[in-house]
Design a protein around this ligand. Structure first.
Ligand code: FAD
Length: 490
């Protein structure tokens, strides 16, 4: 079974053929190439105790997106004379067995180990001290040279797949084969299909309107637009590596060469990609980035431990239709506009409920199809005013913010059909509708749809007061607030 010079590419993220340095390296000077993906059944196993379908780690939509991406990867590999070898089991064990059996001399996966990238990392991480603001990050990163370095050349074939001996090879499983019921699948069907082919199509479609790209200003996008979202929805493809961020960046730069007058970071599309890199950089260089405890950058805040309020938020039953519709979109689609994410994250934490950001982070981490460790934690730190952003007096109103974009409440009517007949003047505050109107709209507040779990005006005032106290304590103890001092504010 010895092949002398076999290589194995272990796909984890980076589920693509285009601009894939690991695949490129693996296929150079090798007689046989084993393109492998390992399904860890534990990660995929349905968890019937969870509050919505999926495994304990990932919602159904993200599992589906991954399987679609694998089917597409297999099909693209086949076009090049190769195929995807799906293995099952605990990844460390399975891989070790195959490496031995196939006599693999070169194991490749996506990780920046080259000295060039290591040196670049050191420079961007500012000598081990990551930049903590977007502006200082931009100064250090400058015109990122990685982003303008040449793309990997496209190829017309790949080395043949070697004999797989005794190692059991599978096709990409279906959701049903993983144990998911058809009914669950219909109710939780994101409109975004996984895979490199879809990623490249979406990228082409987004960039075909050059004026739109040139004028892109993130804060001006409409968070309630769902039939045609106001942003690219490329995040899930970037998350799974179905799309190379370098290729995306270079395509944007090409548009800028044609349309000279264009927006700039932080609000432009290039600026969005740099936000991604900003959070990656800080996350990589900050110990305990994903928690409040023992973090050097996270304010210590005495968050509430109120499971009832948390469950109402998580399950989309706070009684604020704008907030609940966003949470339903999260459950059903696994994707929401950035400003919609702002609203629900602010509401859960420093805006209304004063619940710990780590709890909200966990819900997003499981349900988002673009769930990304560095970006998700970074944004939760931001929105809860725990790090990066400190203007805790600026709170999103769960009533007037959405109304500004969508006065008729079309977004709410779509994601919360129980409110579809509520007249326009009450759609954001249905509890204020007279009983006769509620009856006519077939939606009695308190019975068919919940009453607000808190009153926004008083709850947000109380949150500001508590944030003020916590900030004062952090200042006094220079961020090193003990558990005891924190408890005194609870
Ligand atoms: P576009 O506006 O088209 O931007 C293009 C790309 O830029 C995105 O695909 C993404 O890769 C990057 N980008 C855009 N905004 C940000 C940002 N604020 N921070 C970092 N990168 C950004 N994004 C994730 O990809 N994964 C997450 O887990 C995630 N969790 C979030 C949690 C909270 C509480 C908030 C407020 C935001 C979160 N975001 C996350 C950031 C952002 O909301 C999404 O990246 C964006 O909405 C994705 O849509 P898009 O691809 O259409 O974005």
């Amino acid at each position: 079974m010895a092949f002398g010079s076999s290589s194995l590419i272990w796909f984890r993220k980076g589920l693509r053929i285009h601009d894939n340095p690991a695949l490129d390296y693996a296929s150079k000077g090798t007689a046989a190439l084993y393109p492998v993906f390992i399904i860890d059944p534990h990660y995929m196993k349905p968890d019937y105790n969870a509050f919505s379908p999926g495994s304990s780690r990932a919602g159904l939509n993200r599992i589906r997106f991954l399987l679609e991406s694998l089917v597409d990867l297999d099909s693209n590999l086949k076009k090049l004379g190769s195929r995807l070898l799906v293995l099952k089991g605990e990844p460390g064990e399975v891989l070790f067995r195959c490496l031995k059996q196939w006599d693999v001399k070169k194991l490749c996966f996506e990780y920046d180990t080259e000295p060039y990238y290591q040196a670049l990392d050191v420079r961007v991480k500012n000598g081990g001290k990551p930049p903590l603001t977007y502006q200082s990050f931009l100064k250090l990163a400058g015109e990122p040279s990685w982003a303008s370095s040449p793309l990997m050349t496209s190829r017309s074939s790949l080395p043949l797949v070697g004999d797989h001996g005794d190692c059991e090879i599978f096709e990409v499983p279906t959701l049903k084969e993983l144990g998911y019921e058809d009914t669950e699948q219909e109710d939780y069907l994101t409109p975004f299909r996984g895979g490199e082919s879809e990623a490249l199509k979406r990228l082409r479609d987004s960039l075909s309107d050059k004026e739109w790209v040139a004028k892109f200003e993130k804060p001006k996008g409409d968070p309630s637009a769902f039939l045609k979202p106001a942003t690219t929805v490329l995040s899930p493809y970037l998350k799974f590596g179905c799309l190379s961020s370098r290729y995306f960046y270079q395509c944007l730069k090409d548009v800028q060469k044609i349309v000279k007058k264009h927006t700039s970071p932080p609000v432009s599309l290039v600026g969005q990609l740099l936000w991604r890199d900003f959070f990656y950089t800080v996350a990589f260089g900050t110990p305990n980035f994903d928690q409040m405890k023992n973090s050097t950058i996270c304010k210590q805040i005495p968050w509430n431990d109120n499971d009832e309020l948390f469950a109402a938020w998580r399950e989309g039953r706070t009684g604020y239709p704008w907030i609940d519709a966003i949470m339903v979109q999260l459950h059903k689609w696994g994707w929401m506009h950035h400003l919609a994410r702002h609203c629900v994250a602010c509401f859960l934490t420093r805006g209304d409920l004063f619940v710990h950001w780590e709890k909200g982070r966990d819900v997003f981490e499981r349900l988002l199809i673009d769930s990304d460790w560095a970006i998700n934690n970074g944004n939760w730190l931001w929105l809860s005013c725990s790090s990066f952003f400190y203007q805790y007096n600026r709170i999103y109103s769960p009533i007037s913010f959405g109304k500004k974009y969508d006065p008729n409440g079309n977004y709410i009517r779509y994601f919360l059909p129980i409110l579809k007949d509520m007249p326009r003047e009450y759609i954001y505050e249905p509890w204020t509708a007279p009983l006769s109107i509620q009856t006519k709209a077939k939606c009695i507040i308190g019975k068919d749809y919940p009453k607000p779990v808190v009153l926004h005006d008083s709850a947000s005032k109380e949150c500001k007061r508590r944030m003020g106290e916590a900030y004062a304590l952090n200042k006094k103890f220079n961020g090193l607030v003990s558990e005891e001092e924190l408890s005194s504010l609870r």
